[in-house]
Ligand binder design. Sequence first.
Ligand SMILES: [Zn+2]
Length: 147
Amino acid sequence: MSRIRGRDTKPETLVRQRLFAAGWRFRVCDRRFPGRPDVVVVRARTLIDVRGCFWHRHGCADATMPKSNVAFWMEKWSKNVRRDRRNEEAWRKEGWNLIVVWGCALDRQKRERTLLRICGALDVWAAEVAAGTKRRRPHRLELPRLP
Ligand SMILES: [Zn+2]
């Protein structure tokens, strides 16, 4: 990952900076939610979870396989993935929309498009909240979603 991003700003910081510049106000790592999601946008009833591709096993090229200690890593990853799933279930059960942003979606070439999509989703979902629209299930957007 660092191979690609170098000394870039941290992924979650990129997202926060852009949201703030676009006028969104939000909470950061809110303890009231299991797993402390990176960003909580109350006005759009949305949580944003920024996930490192290596640690959380996105199936992309950044989710590399280490040469040694494979058993150790497998154990660690499966814990991370299970925890992500558990947190996500809890958030959704409470009716929170979710945007999962994988680290690779914030690589230089993809970053702008990703940030625009996040802001676009928040606009639409905040309008729903304002209108009191009832949904059977909250929205879920994953960037990028692998096939
Ligand atoms: Zn990825």
